[in-house]
Design a binder for this molecule. Structure first.
Ligand SMILES: N=CN[C@@H](CCC(=O)O)C(=O)O
Ligand SMILES: [Mn+2]
Ligand SMILES: [Mn+2]
Length: 321
């Protein structure tokens, strides 16, 4: 891995406010190529190939740049070390090499001690992210790790298909786990009855997936949703969090390939992400499916940036920042 080039970080400077007026663009630094790394590290996954193969609306490859542009103005709260490890770029349809490169980069970052947050990219990012954590944990040896994948998504993304895409990552992860002799623990929160075929519900059932439907996730049922998630988290040791932005209502997240008619309210998604963070088991996170071409006045990108900042701040607090 070469030295990352720091690109795309800019924002407002409140010079008169001194230290307390700082924002992320004043904190972000290119991640060194080697050596221990503290804090939080951002990695971009500039990839459209998964969405294209899934017959979706392309533009997700522009997600990392749009996110950095918004993250730049995030006020500095708990995060004190913010590294940018640059982008993994997918060349045309070369999805598998891009996923492999992402896994390699994430395993390296995890091994160096930092907390990676990956900026998508279509949801094919999930196969690369999980691969990074799997590689990292496998290198540590020991018994089969209990990894919990927590996906906020209107879709299961468990599709059976000849080629990998943004609709297949969790089925691929299940197959990888089976090959390694590792348990498959997958929670999919926000599932829509009207955006997943019966084949997908059946596969979820067969694979023992823990899921919750969008219509069961109103704020009035937050305690129930939280209890279900807590039970899932209790059965795993390491968590990978992935947020498919189409879990949010279309009015909140219009800039995605497949906007949600119902969706899950942002306040519920945030509360449940806080539950994941409170477990102390979160090892890495990503945000997927932002399509800046379809966004309206950066609404979706703003929500995504807020979620990223929320995760980063909570992790920095846990790290003692
Ligand atoms: N990333 C996944 N996307 C959905 C797309 C659904 C759609 O385009 O309508 C899926 O494959 O199920
Ligand atoms: Mn989705
Ligand atoms: Mn998805």
């Amino acid at each position: 891995m070469g030295q990352a080039t720091l690109q795309g970080w800019q924002g407002r400077i409140d010079a008169e406010e001194g230290e307390l007026g700082r924002r992320w663009h004043q904190l972000a630094a290119a991640a060194p190529a080697s050596g221990p790394l503290d804090g939080v590290t951002l990695v971009g996954f500039a990839c459209d190939a998964g969405v294209a193969r899934n017959h979706g609306r392309i533009g997700a490859a522009e997600g990392p740049a749009a996110l950095r542009a918004l993250l730049g103005n995030t006020p500095v709260r708990h995060v004190q070390k913010l590294w940018d490890a640059g982008d993994v770029r997918c060349d045309g349809d070369a999805l598998e090499p891009a996923q492999a490169e992402l896994s390699e980069r994430l395993a390296d970052l995890l091994g160096r001690g930092t907390f990676p947050i990956t900026l998508g990219g279509g949801h094919e990012i999930a196969y690369g992210s999980f691969g990074g954590l799997a590689r990292h944990l496998a290198a540590q040896g020991g018994s089969a790790p209990r990894i919990g994948v927590v996906n906020f998504d209107a879709h299961f993304d468990l599709r059976l298909a000849e080629r990998a895409s943004s609709g297949t990552p969790f089925r691929q992860i299940a197959e990888d786990c089976a090959e390694r002799g590792w348990p498959f623990h997958y929670a999919c929160l926000g599932v829509s009855d009207y955006a997943n075929t019966r084949a997908l519900f059946e596969r979820a059932e067969q694979l023992g997936v823990c899921w919750r439907r969008d219509e069961e996730m109103g704020i009035d049922r937050l305690a129930e949703s939280r209890a279900q998630l807590e039970q899932f988290l209790a059965g795993v040791d390491h968590v990978y969090l992935t947020v498919c932005l189409d879990v949010l209502p279309a009015a909140v997240a219009p800039g995605v390939s497949a906007p949600a008619a119902h969706g899950v309210a942002l306040e519920v998604v945030e509360a449940l992400i806080d539950t994941v963070l409170s477990s102390g088991k979160l090892r890495l996170a990503d945000v997927a499916e932002l399509n800046p071409r379809l966004d309206i006045d950066s609404h979706t990108a703003r929500v995504a940036a807020r979620l990223i900042a929320r995760v980063a701040d909570a992790i920095a607090e846990q790290q003692g920042g």
